[in-house]
Design a protein around this ligand. Sequence first.
Ligand code: BMA
Length: 821
Amino acid sequence: MFSFSQNKEILLNKNWQFSQKGKNKWNKANVPGCVHTDLFTNKMIPDPFYGNNEAQLQWIENEEWEYKSSFRLTEKDVKSEHIELVFEGLDTYAKIYLNQELILIANNMFRSYSIDVKQYLKSGNNTLHVVFESAVKKGKEEAAKLTYTLPGDEKVFSRKAQYHYGWDWGPRFVTCGIYKNIKLRLINEAEIKNLHYNINKLNDSIGVFTIKFDIHSYVDGIYDVVLKDATTNELITPVEKLNSQFKKGITPFNITATISKPKLWWCNGLGNPNLYNYTVSLVKKSGVIDQKSIAVGLRNIELVQQKDSVGKSFYFKLNGIPVFMKGANYIPSHSFVSELRPNNYRTDVYLAKEANMNMLRVWGGGVYADDEFYSACDKNGILVWQDFMFACAMYPGDSSFIKNVKEEATEQVLRLRNHPSIALWCGNNEIDEGWKNWGWQNQYKYSKNDSAKIWNDYLNLFHSVLPDVVQNYSAKTNYITTSPLIGWGHKESLSEGDSHYWGVWWGNEPFNTYEKKVGRFMSEYGFQSMPPINTFKSVCDSSDLNLFSPCIKSHQKHPIGYQTIEKYMLQDFKIPKTLEHYSYVSQLLQAKGMQTAIEAHRRAKPYCMGTLFWQLNDCWPVTSWSALDFYKQPKAFYYDLKRLYDNVLVSVTKSGLYYECHVLNEQLNEVKGIIELSVKDFNGNILYQKKSDAVILPNSSLVYLRLTEDELKTFDKSACYISCRLIGDSTTTKKTLFYFVPPKDLKLPKPVLDIAYSDEFRSIKIKSKTLVKNLYIKDISYTENNYFDLEANEEVEFTVLPFGKTHQNLTFISLYDILSH
Ligand code: BMA
């Protein structure tokens, strides 16, 4: 099948060396990689994440770093018609020399660079040399040119991941390097570029879409352009379009396809994320010259922002159906992005899907994720709210900055427009909010003119430049200028637009404030917890595994993070003495807060139509708002998400004098059942019970059963709880437990666990004669369930994979252990 004219791609990731500039001491380097990981791999610096090493590694950001390698080409290679050198990602200020000729000056981490290099290449040995300048120094030079200081300091001048400069969950490592692949593309005759599709018409009975691409011909030629359904192998190209004559240059091509009764692309929870796969091949008698593939997801997605009696709606309609979004904010899963492999992205998306999410927000202070992330979202039905990479600062407005951003935005919009998962482009994170509410004008002592200039630059970038790019290249994709639309200090933030509610945590409001502060779409809110203790063990000496060690302190980036956790912990829990217990309780605390928020948001449907907590993941081992730690170990809160984000939700809340049992169903088919509310003591005795008639669950939350204080007056409220169940069929039987007093006041009995193991299925069966609150199985590599409440006499069975141990050695903690100390 391979013929002389076949296009060829040579990966140039091998044989790299690096040196600090001027030192001429060359060591092995990895591509993809970056200077910090290269220094560490060569044992020239200690582990950047370990102990307090971050502090002593700050010198790296001020230095310049060189990379070099060589590669061999054949006579035949260099005779190719067209040769392109592609850097998929350079972080950030790089001068590239090919055989000593300067061929590129790069200045944007978020762009790829393709250079026509035929004239510089020779058969035999060729050399590549890349010199990185310090982004910190470059940024400072740019900053010095302005007569005012921009909030965000030097980082805002560089188109580079902003969290590299440190964040309230991430260390400061302003790295540099060749962080993605380098390829040499040898094209002999022609190639397919710019493959994309437009949906022209879509409903249940018909889907019409056009597949578009350009043929770039470097010589005149005659080819078959063969578009095929990759699953059925059916030819889609109309016969008359086969065997076409192409002149040297670019020829646009488009082929319209019609599918009757199309299988629509649905998000997780509502249906299958169906994809139609196609391949386009450029074929000559001698064989296939070029081939590309595309996955078409047939769906309509619309952001509805309509004035209503309260303010303005903010919800997504997928294929005509208003969908409540359940998800999280997503940051880069590593401080050094080059460490992220496709599998890392796939695991993140898989874990989001497993938690019943249907949306992730790629937050603007990180990076545009790799293709693999978006493909995984396409395949798993996870919609993506995509920020442009700007966060919490003001950005420059000069023409070269704007030109650079325009190139970046165009490339990213073109890259992502084929993904059915993309639901929204958003200009930035918290800049409008910052400008209006964070006191920058006073802090930086802006004159009237400075203020006007900075704000106009903002308007130009986010109200004009970026929406124009989206309009030009992905016209059907929704765009909003900023998130949130209105800051949480203003009451309008709860009646229109999306909302970041930080009154809990930043504002020290109690958890139950979440029940009052419900907006139209809650795109951020969150509460911190520690990671499981083995994560701390991976970065701290054993003598540092205590609450007051410098290591534990340095793995918390919020200025008053630990104090804030403790303040809230005092209200609900007893403060534990050991780090292990503290980590455990901090996770229960976070889970309690997040449960309060998520259930309140969902009960408020359709007023509120989305909830994205802050934050799904971590970029290093740290105490943060995440549900999954750096090693993707679930925290207590993650295990709760499955229930909290289930289509069918049972939620108990106190409203005035009543304890109310709310139920709602968000799946498209009908769910029937009986709702049963029981008050039980910790030995499993039913003290009181109510049942509803058989009901069909509504799409928005409805109260079916109520309990008054009066009905409870003979019971000791610290020794009983509500168990509320929906009794439906096997998939729709759900339950939730509700406690009347804070966990610290519960009179819990000492648990006696009855455990049976089955090695064959690696499953464990657990039972107890009394209630076990927040049972945590320690030191395991995987479990389906953890930190859960085991009701008296209830048997649960699930998979647990111990860490190199047998099941018999598993150890447990429960809330009793904390309260009894
Ligand atoms: C949010 C985010 C981040 C930050 C988080 C926690 O608003 O946008 O800037 O990490 O708050 O403070």
